[in-house]
Design a protein around this ligand. Structure first.
Ligand code: 4HQ
Length: 243
């Protein structure tokens, strides 16, 4: 069964350009994933089609209301018998990374809730118990872009989506190091040559140079990743020495 992704949003039209292009489209065309959009506003019951209201206790901004979100989740979930892993995009969530992308790529069904406005009535979180996920420490005007980031990162990991060529195995974060520098034609551009080693055809020397580059870049640019890499190496040495 292909992965089913449900998306709950007030702006379903934002998703088409992304899901209908490049890898996310290719994955759907191959039948490896299906996308299902639910417009939360369709579940508004009053004449004004309200989906948000002013916060109790006062303050700026609007808050997404419980009834529409609960009804939209129930309607989406009823479209398929498989239970969905519920995810709500929020700056208060677990910070999204490659590890979480890999975890989500193993699910059968994801349901993403993208809210607009200041936030959600807390009882949405209490009642629906979604996993809260953040794509980083900055404030978006809505969860839609965050949902698309999650979808893109997950879908490209599904078996069969990428060719063997552009496989996901040996890229940044697969093993915790940044990528090595890449070059293509021409061999020299505006006085800038490419590293000699890449022209020699000595594959062992090339692999060694690339690993050196990855380590050096990671150490210089991402000391946090470098520390984690060293710790992991240490762990592996330790395990190898155990009887
Ligand atoms: N928002 N990572 C506020 C985010 C966000 C993020 C989404 C803004 C939810 C209500 N989502 N809305 N950062 O900033 O996921």
């Amino acid at each position: 069964m292909p992965l089913r992704i449900d998306i709950l949003t007030l702006f379903p039209e934002m998703f088409q350009p992304v899901l209908g292009t490049s890898i996310p489209k290719r994955a759907a065309d191959k039948g490896l994933v299906s996308y299902h959009l639910t417009n939360v506003r369709d579940f508004a019951t009053d004449a004004h089609k309200s989906v948000d209201d002013r916060p109790f206790g006062g303050g700026p901004g609007m808050v997404m209301m419980c009834p529409v979100v609960f009804d939209a989740v129930a309607a989406a979930e009823a479209q398929d018998p498989r239970p969905a892993r519920r995810i709500l995009l929020s700056p208060q969530g677990r910070v999204f990374d490659q590890r979480l992308a890999e975890e989500l790529a193993r699910e059968q069904r994801l349901l993403l809730i993208a809210g607009h406005y200041e936030g959600f009535d807390e009882r949405i979180i209490e009642g629906l118990r979604p996993m809260e996920v953040s794509i980083g420490d900055y404030v978006l005007s809505g969860g839609e872009l965050a949902a698309m980031v999650v979808i893109d990162a997950v879908v490209r990991l599904l078996p069969g989506v990428l060719g063997h060529q552009d496989g996901a195995a040996d890229e940044t974060f697969a093993d915790g190091l940044l990528e090595f520098p890449q070059y293509t034609r021409p061999r020299e551009f505006r006085g800038m040559p490419i590293p000699e080693v890449l022209l020699g055809g000595n594959h062992a020397a090339i692999a060694k140079w690339r690993l050196q580059q990855r380590k050096e870049r990671t150490r210089q640019r991402r000391p946090d990743l470098w520390r984690a890499y060293l710790d992991k190496q240490q762990q592996q040495q330790q395990t190898a020495r155990e009887p």
